[in-house]
Ligand binder design. Structure first.
Ligand code: PLP
Length: 417
């Protein structure tokens, strides 16, 4: 009797939540991954913006194995130095003071921000959070309630109360949506799952101004766009270098190269008075003992990996590489002037190629994004579809010019065909 294939095992034993490609990957190195037949692929998805340093980076492997031999986990009832150091590093990157909480995923990091907003608004009965069309904030009940894309909500009613969605980059609509119940505004400075849509500088400045005028929290979901992908530690600073300061930020994905780790930062502005009229101190101390927690968050192991990833980005000057390689890829793609390309979007190494309509293949209706993703895969390159007509390029931050050129050659060939 022959052994079941991996596809058979998935079919029989794994809950089918993902529309997976029939591609089994077994090994990676740098910007390349290999399937079980030995075929190699240029990985311009990097696990959906996760593997910032590429696959099997020696610094990550060393940090992971050395720390695993020392101390993997202790309870958050005790102190561990790597967590404290990682918090200090991240607070330094944000550059506005404040403090960090560690968790395990992006959705969980956002959950922390929702709770922060509720706690902040509770003395005055404010709990609503405004989010934006095409946003994506994760798959927990809170996450799908915050996400404006309707498809993630279907069948899961009743959703968590208190999330409102307004058109992205529309300041007038945002202002109109604010009510006496509003506590916070949450946005992705560059929307990832929604098709690589950067916020405009005017929108970010206007959102900050509305938050100041109405005493609301400005929260940035930088889970996909943050920590170096745009060529800046803070993605919003790639759009407005100065003058916009958020009150909370969430991260995950690229923070630890694929080792599960999420985090959120809270600023130091004053939180205002409680319902008895006593001042509550800085916002970053509002979630006090007993208000929030998670078993694994900030373990010695994940914190060591996070520290290693962020330090390596610094040491290898990868913010600059993300800026130069990103600009090179973007302008080269624009210069191609191919009929298949409607526009090239994004900042740094968070790029989207929006595609024009394509003829059907043998009468099969697939979206342009899915079709291109499959054709590129067959040609030896991995990209990530986003919505119906955008393919995302999210390569490791340390890609070389030769790898960028290889990607451009493959994209040109497939898009021309
Ligand atoms: C902007 C954004 N927020 C939140 C999430 C959810 O993160 P996770 O899948 O780690 O829960 C994602 C994941 O794609 C994301 O892109």
């Amino acid at each position: 009797m022959s052994l079941p294939t991996t596809t058979d095992l998935y079919h029989d034993f794994v809950i089918p939540t993902y529309g997976r490609f029939d591609l089994e990957l077994v090994r990676g190195e740098g910007t390349r991954v290999w399937d079980e037949s030995g075929k190699s692929y240029l990985d311009f998805g990097a696990g959906i913006a996760v593997c910032s340093l590429g696959h099997a980076h020696p610094a990550v492997t060393k940090a992971l194995s050395e720390q695993a031999g020392k101390l993997i986990h202790i309870s958050n009832l005790y102190l561990n130095r790597p967590q404290a150091e990682l918090a200090r590093k991240i607070v330094g990157f944000v550059g506005l003071g404040g403090k960090v909480f560690f968790c395990n995923s992006g959705a969980e990091a956002n959950e922390g921000l929702y709770k922060l907003a509720r706690k902040f608004g509770s003395p005055t009965g404010r709990y609503e959070i405004i989010t934006f069309s095409n946003s994506f904030h994760g798959r927990t009940l809170g996450g799908i309630s915050a996400t404006a894309q309707e498809k993630v909500k279907v069948g899961f009613a009743p959703l968590v109360e208190g999330f409102l969605h307004v058109p992205f980059n529309d300041l007038a609509a945002l202002e109109e949506a604010i009510t006496p119940k509003t506590a916070a505004i949450l946005l992705e400075p560059i929307q990832g799952e929604g098709g690589i849509n950067p916020a405009t500088a005017e929108f970010l400045r206007g959102a900050r101004d509305l938050c100041d005028r109405h005493n609301l929290l400005l929260l940035f979901d930088e889970i996909q766009c943050g920590l170096g992908r745009t060529g800046d530690w803070c993605a919003w600073r790639s759009i407005v270098p100065e003058g916009v300061e958020p009150d909370g930020i969430s991260w995950a994905k690229g923070i630890a190269n694929g080792y599960p780790l999420g985090a959120f930062w809270v600023g130091k502005r004053l939180a205002g008075a409680d319902s008895e009229g006593s001042e509550r101190g800085p916002l970053c101390n509002l979630l006090g003992p007993g208000t929030h927690g998670t078993t694994y968050g900030g373990s010695p192991l994940c914190s060591t990996v996070g520290l290693t990833v962020l330090s390596t980005i610094e040491q290898e000057n990868l913010l600059e590489n993300a800026r130069t390689m990103g600009a090179y890829l973007k302008s080269s793609l624009e210069d191609l002037n191919l009929p298949a390309i409607r526009q090239v979007k994004g900042i740094g190494l968070m790029l989207g190629i929006e595609l024009n309509d394509m003829p059907l293949v043998e009468g099969v209706a697939v979206t342009p994004a899915l079709r291109m993703t499959k054709e590129l895969m067959a040609a030896g390159m991995l990209v990530i579809p986003s919505g119906e007509r955008t393919i995302r390029l999210l390569p490791p931050l340390n890609i070389s010019k030769a790898e960028a050129d290889e990607a451009l050659a493959l994209l040109t060939k497939v898009l021309k065909d």
